[in-house]
Ligand binder design. Structure first.
Ligand code: PEP
Ligand code: MG
Length: 759
């Protein structure tokens, strides 16, 4: 029988199918190994999970060896072929396994007859998750194509397997008492905070940490049979799968297995199995559910593993869903039903999940309007405010609330009159979105000078607005968003699909893909590079990509593949020297050569550009302009780094001054260098949407403006009211000033220049 690796790789549906039909972690992994063995026609297939504490690999699922080896066969990191594949983070193919110096014979597991060996590490970024291995009696049975196939599968499965691993590690831990939380009264009607996104939401409160229904206080619980309980579990599973499908259609780039932790926990024998056991012993099914959920949460909270701690929310959310289905509390397909989530903090993946569950808005009680959560909330059209008042977490569930994310405020138990006026406001906002449809496809100043108006986007779902507003192109696609939102690194294949969709959605129009810009305030929960005292000055953006080639390579390869047959623009963030640029450019060339060797269709001549967002880049602007195809000014960072003012620190927001003379002169130097070397220059930071800064930007010669999509109509209007001759004169007089106060007087003595409120 011929191997069918291609079928195996292509058949993501099959893997999800395994996942859907699974009944527990063990059975899920067991099915994974049998599907791989079947498609590869291999006699043996194994999944080993890596136990970080003990630094050893444990055989967790297997087909073809003695079943008693499962759970008992352990190898140290670096021990045997399997241990070496994980140590060296590379696949190992052996025609005759005994010839490999690392081969280790293990008596009693029945591997005497197997000659060919292929072991592939399962990694999430740099995190060691485990090893996938196949063996066969036929010598040299596995080749490079098999290794590629297994690598693709390993990367698809990494997130799920890691979740499984975390759960397995958890079982058997000691239980600890939950620390008592202080209860605080709340007696206020109005709270003001920071605006995290836009929009207005009205709805009942859902306290994120107490999302579980408190059934222990119910005096009369309905009679529920074991059969009802099993039906509730089935319904829960059905709902989760349906959410997953819905997300995959709406938010293909971020939705990958977003409910995977829920599904895995649901089928964990120690979760639903423990509930069943309690019910058999006579506990009411609702109480049994509630008890097991709380036990699980305690284990998660007490674990030292931050990633496990993050899963508490998943467990509570899952428990709540089971209870609702069990008690028939409401039609659970829309169980958040416009409610307003109050949480101390949220992960980006929580936000995406909640959006699928139809929440109305979000109140956070800690943190600042950190760029990624706010940007994501905007892309998901979720009103969000940040109010530093922990008493909010003590609000009774379903307390009527209104979020006014435009103003950054929250109204608690509003009276009928107030609620009515906000409903009207919501309607007005909805209509103003319709007015946006009047946007013109081309932008000109009042004297007819053409300005290219482009959009900044973060998610594929933004394309809909880009089209609605007829943007001329995408001046900045922040590719880190699909990375930030997910629970694991997207594979090359997944990235390729996202980038291809982005390009297909913009035929003939420019799309600038900025390579991964994580670090600073945009952290990946699943990839920790070590604590940094100053993350904004740390391992961020291109520095991280150049340091971790196994993260950079899949992205560049995916971009090049997506750009096959069309124009492709790749931009590097945080470039600090010509050397950085050359290193990144050489890497792109290496990836092009690889794809050529592999005969994979790709773009072999992408335009390469840089973000100008560091003072060092301004100093080297002429040399950089000479080397690149295009440049874009990242003014959010440029202002931060020139003035040494943290862009996320609210306490010093008044010192964040885009109109500071040092910033203005830097902008002018960049514009002059672009002109001198005839290179395209755009600006994509928030000041590009700032009414008071736009005349200056046009005045120094910038003709490409890229702004948050939702600001396009207003920015178009502002540009159309600017006269270029006047703008030039204004810019020149601003450049002659050495004091901030003088510049302020020229711009507009009464206006405040706050790029976080650009219009
Ligand atoms: C900028 O720095 O201006 C920019 C556009 O990039 P980001 O806001 O994503 O850092
Ligand atoms: Mg930046």
């Amino acid at each position: 029988m011929a191997k069918s690796n291609v079928d195996l790789i292509c058949s993501v549906a099959e893997l999800s199918g395994l996942f859907e039909k699974g009944t527990g972690l063990q059975s899920f992994l067991q099915k994974v190994v049998s599907v791989i063995a079947w498609h590869m026609k291999a006699a043996v297939c194994s999944v080993f999970m890596f136990d970080e504490d003990k630094q050893e690999l444990v055989l967790t699922a297997n087909q073809g060896l003695n079943p008693s080896a499962i759970g008992n066969l352990r190898m140290k990191l670096g021990e045997g072929i399997v241990g070496n594949a994980l140590l060296e983070l590379r696949p190992i193919i052996e025609g005759m396994s005994r010839n490999n110096p690392h081969f280790k014979y293990i008596p009693g597991i029945g591997e005497e007859n197997f000659q060919a060996f292929l072991a592939v590490p399962i990694l999430r970024g740099m995190i060691r998750v485990g090893v996938l291995a196949v063996q066969d009696p036929e010598p040299s049975y596995f080749d490079d194509n098999d290794a590629k196939a297994l690598r693709a599968i390993a990367s698809q499965l990494a997130g799920t397997i890691e979740n499984a691993k975390l759960l397995m590690n958890l079982h058997g831990r000691e239980e600890h008492a939950t620390p008592q939380q202080e209860a605080l009264p709340l007696d206020t009607k109005y709270l003001h905070g920071i605006s995290g996104s836009t929009g207005i939401a009205t709805g009942g409160s859902i306290i994120f940490d107490n999302i579980l229904l408190d059934v222990t206080t119910e005096t009369t619980l309905p009679a529920i049979t074991m059969d009802d309980f099993n039906k509730a579990l089935d319904l829960t599973e059905e709902q989760l799968n349906s959410f997953q499908k819905d997300m995959e259609e709406r938010l293909a780039d971020v939705a990958s297995l977003i409910f995977s932790a829920h599904l895995l926990i649901l089928r964990d024998a120690q979760f639903s199995g423990a509930m069943l056991k309690l019910i058999e012993q006579g506990t009411h099914p609702a109480i049994a559910t509630s008890k097991v959920v709380e036990d699980f949460c305690r284990l998660f909270v007490d674990s030292n593993n931050t990633r496990l701690q993050e899963k508490v929310h998943d467990v509570r959310d899952l428990g709540s869903r089971i209870l609702r289905n069990l008690l028939d509390k409401q039609n659970s397909m829309q169980d958040c039903n416009g409610g307003i989530i109050i949480a101390e903090s949220l992960l980006p993946s929580d936000l995406v999940r909640m959006s699928a569950q139809k929440i109305g808005g979000i109140v956070l009680t800690s943190g600042g309007a950190t760029a990624h959560l706010s940007i994501l909330a905007r892309s998901l059209a979720l009103p969000m405010v940040i109010i530093h008042d922990k008493r909010l977490l003590k609000l009774p569930m379903n307390t009527p609330l209104i979020i006014d994310a435009e103003q950054g405020s929250l109204l608690i138990r509003p009276d009928a009159e107030v609620t009515k006026s906000f409903e009207t406001l919501k309607e007005v906002k909805r209509r103003s979105l319709e007015i946006e449809d009047t946007m013109q496809p081309e932008t000109q100043t009042s004297d007819g000078t053409a300005v290219k108006l482009l959009a900044n986007v973060n998610l594929l779902s933004d394309l809909e607005v880009v089209h609605r507003l007829k943007a001329e192109g995408i001046g900045l696609y922040r590719t880190e968003f699909p990375f930030i939102v997910r629970n694991d690194f997207p594979s090359e294949e997944e990235q390729y699909r996202v980038y291809r969709k982005m390009l297909e959605g913009m035929p003939g129009r420019e799309v600038v893909f900025r390579t991964l810009d994580v670090g600073g305030d945009k952290m990946l929960s699943y990839f920790q590079t070590g604590a940094e005292a100053n993350p904004f000055l740390g391992l961020r953006a291109i520095r991280l990509s150049l340091r971790y080639r196994n993260i950079f390579a899949p992205q560049i390869r995916a971009l090049l593949r997506a750009g096959a047959g069309c124009g492709l623009r790749i931009m590097f963030p945080m470039i600090s020297s010509v050397d950085d640029l050359i290193e990144a450019r050489n890497y792109v060339k290496e990836c092009i050569a690889q794809l050529k060797d592999e005969n994979v269709p790709h773009n072999n001549d992408p335009l390469l550009g840089v973000m100008i967002e560091l003072p060092a880049a301004v100093e080297l602007i002429e040399e950089l302009a000479y080397e690149v195809d295009f440049m874009s000014i990242g003014s959010n960072d440029l202002v931060q780094y020139i003035l040494a003012v943290d862009r996320t620190n609210e306490q010093i927001a008044d010192l964040y001054m885009p109109h500071h003379p040092a910033v203005l002169r830097s902008l002018k130097r960049i514009a002059d260098a672009a002109l001198k070397f005839r290179k395209h220059l755009s600006i994509c930071g928030d000041i590009a949407a700032c009414k008071t800064m736009l005349p200056f930007l046009l005045g120094i010669g910038i003709r490409k403006i890229s702004v948050d999509i939702r600001r396009l109509p207003q920015v178009q209007q502002i540009i159309s009211s600017i006269d270029i001759t006047q703008a030039r004169a204004k810019a020149m007089s601003m450049l002659q000033c050495s004091r901030i106060s003088e510049i302020q007087a020229i711009i507009d003595p009464d206006s405040s220049i706050n790029p976080s409120k650009p219009i």
